[in-house]
Every structure is written in structure tokens, then in C-alpha cells.
Write a protein that binds this ligand. Sequence first.
Ligand SMILES: Cc1ncc(COP(=O)(O)O)c(C=O)c1O
Ligand SMILES: [Zn+2]
Length: 398
Amino acid sequence: MSTETGIPGLSKLEWLECSNCSAAFDARQLIGLCDRCGGVLLARYRLDEASRTLSPATIRNRNPNLWRYAEVLPGSDDPVSLGEGMTPLLRAGFLAEDLGLPHLYIKDESRNPTGSFKARGMTTAVTMARQLGARRVALPSAGNAGGAAAAYAAAAGLGVDLFLPIETPEPFRLEAVVHGARVHLLEGDIAECGAYMRTLDEDWWDLSTLREPYRLEGKKTMGYELAEQFGWDLPEVVIYPTGGGTGLVGMWKAFEEMEQLELISPGRRPRMVVVQAEGCAPIVRAFDEDKPKARAWEDPVTYASGLRVPAAIGDRLILRAVRESGGTALAVSDAQMAEEQLVMSRTEGIFAAPEGGATLAAARRLVESGFIRPEDRVVLFNTGTGLKYPDIPGLKVP
Ligand SMILES: Cc1ncc(COP(=O)(O)O)c(C=O)c1O
Ligand SMILES: [Zn+2]
């Protein structure tokens, strides 16, 4: 399945660095969080070596999937791949006119295997889990990550246990079961599902968001692709629906690496915009209160299940990226999200996820406030397909 994608010898993965205390760890072992301080671990590469073979010209001729950035990915000799990444960057013609933004784009992540950007994180995380000897993986999920983990585990020949909130829409549960996952439905939100999972003493590898270093590596390729698709000149604004935050933190890491690799010019990164749901907006609250970390949101409610994340382990990293970028954070209501989900779907022909609708609602507000200027190149991330959310508030299906 994966031989076509693998590029032997190209991965320049060197070590893992704690994002909190800077401790260094050997990457040739299954390791989750920093064992000194509990911090999130970040993969580090020999970028000077990588830059010898990773250039716009060499990349252009590689396969159209995210493993084209093999030097700066883990395990790229023998990946577990389903053809993820290189999703289209679409010009949003009707919306551009509607919002008065001639340079408005949608990065359509629904085109990934399993219908969401979560495939990116799972191709790298499952690749490394398999290479480092795991037999089973486990994670809590709001839906998309679980479906992706189930598919990639199936392709890798690994077992998988998923811990899902009981409200998780049926199509996600179906997908999990179809791919052979053991599904545990629990009362509570994703954080509670994860806490419960970690009380069980089972021999599985924990693939929870940012609790292992490699999902982030797959997700950062959204940043590499943006650069490549814009001719190595990044756009001015990126609007990203944020739950656990790996997408946003990953892109920020990609920008940093690309500056060191001299693929992009320094100081030309986008302003990163976090959008969350009004019923669950811990990062927005911390941003507004000028706090370095976010306290947990009580009673998270939103039909955008990917945004129903009351506490993100990467909260500091998310807030740091948003602030360093000169970005902002805002929350939108479920009603606005649903309305804009339909607007995006009806004007652009993309069956948007609620989370994609949230980015359009945010863009409209930021144009009104003047944060976005008409000349800005703006990218909305439609992070998944709307097909897996059967109930859209206010929509009657005949
Ligand atoms: C469709 C969708 N969008 C956005 C998110 C949030 O992603 P992140 O954890 O990268 O913030 C999720 C997470 O489940 C999701 O499924
Ligand atoms: Zn540490």
C-alpha cells in the first residue's frame, strides 16, 4: 500500500524537544509527553541537511500527497498512506464578491481520506506507532479523528480503541465500526473520554491530540501546502476552526521550519485567526483575557463536534502562535455557523462541515471590524465534510 509513497532515506527526523522545558529525547522510542514536566514534545529535524534536497523544484515533481515533504516528516521511508494531503486551494468566487474580498480562498480538507484534515495527523502518527512497535492504538475523539485513526490503523494492521462522547453523530460511529475499531461510547465530552481512557491499564499507544509528537507533524503539512500553493509566498490571513489546536500549532511550526529551510522569506507569516463556538470557547476567552493558558470550559455545547473541546493540552502553544502572528480569536454561535455552512455549500459547491461554516462567519465579522482588509489574501479552512453531521440546526431535510 505504501511503497509508492515512501522515499527511503529522506526523513531527517533527529530528536524530540519538550515545548515547555526544552529537554531533549531520542526519537527512536515510543514516547508521549515530556517525562520531566509533562510538556508537549515537538519533532526536530536536521534542517540544514533537509534543505539540500527539499526545494520548490524537487517538491514539484513528487507525488501529490503530503509525503512529498518527506525530509521534514517522521517515518517517510515506509509510511502508512491512503493518499492524504495536497487538497485543493479553491478560489471562492461568489463569496469573494459577497464579502468584498477579491483574494478569498477555501482550503478544502474534506477531500482527504475519511473526509477531514484528521487524516493528515493519523498518517504520520500511525506510521510511527507501527514503526516503533505498537500493536494497538487508542484515543478519545469528537468523531473525525476517530474515523481517521480507525482507517489508518486498519491499513497498518493495528488494533484501535476509540472513546467517543455518546452524542457523536452516527456516521462517525459507523465509520469507526466499519474500519474495525472497538468503540466505547461514554457520557461526557472529549476531555472526559480521554481522562477515562487513561484510567484503563491497557497495552495500547495513546494517540490523543498532542500527547504524542507525530499527529502534529502530519497536520503541519497544511502549512507547507499553503506555501507551495501560493508560490512560496504565504497569504496574509488564515482562519482556522480550533478545538485541540493541532492544526493551527502545526501550521505555525511549519512556517518556522520553512523560514529556516529558506523556502519562504522571514517575517511574512499569515495572521492566524482562531475561531471557536460560543458554547465552547476556552481559547477565545484566554485570548481576550490576555492569559498565557486557557482554563477549561464548563458544559461545552455546539453541534460542531470538532470544536467541542473544553480544554486543549496545547493551549499555550495555540495562544502563543496567535499572538506572535498578530492574529486574533473569536467565537461564533451555532446559528451563525449553520447559516454560513449552508452559504458555503450553496455558493461554492463544497459540502462544508460546521467548522468550515464557522470560518466564514468569522471572516464576515473580521471584514466588518476592519481586521481583514480588502487586499488581504484570506484562507478559510473547511476542515471536513458536512456529510458526517446529519443534523444542521434550522435545516429541514425533505
Ligand atoms: C472538522 C473539524 N474541524 C476542526 C477540528 C479542530 O481541530 P484541531 O484539534 O486541530 O483544533 C476538528 C477536531 O475534531 C474537526 O473534526
Ligand atoms: Zn519538559
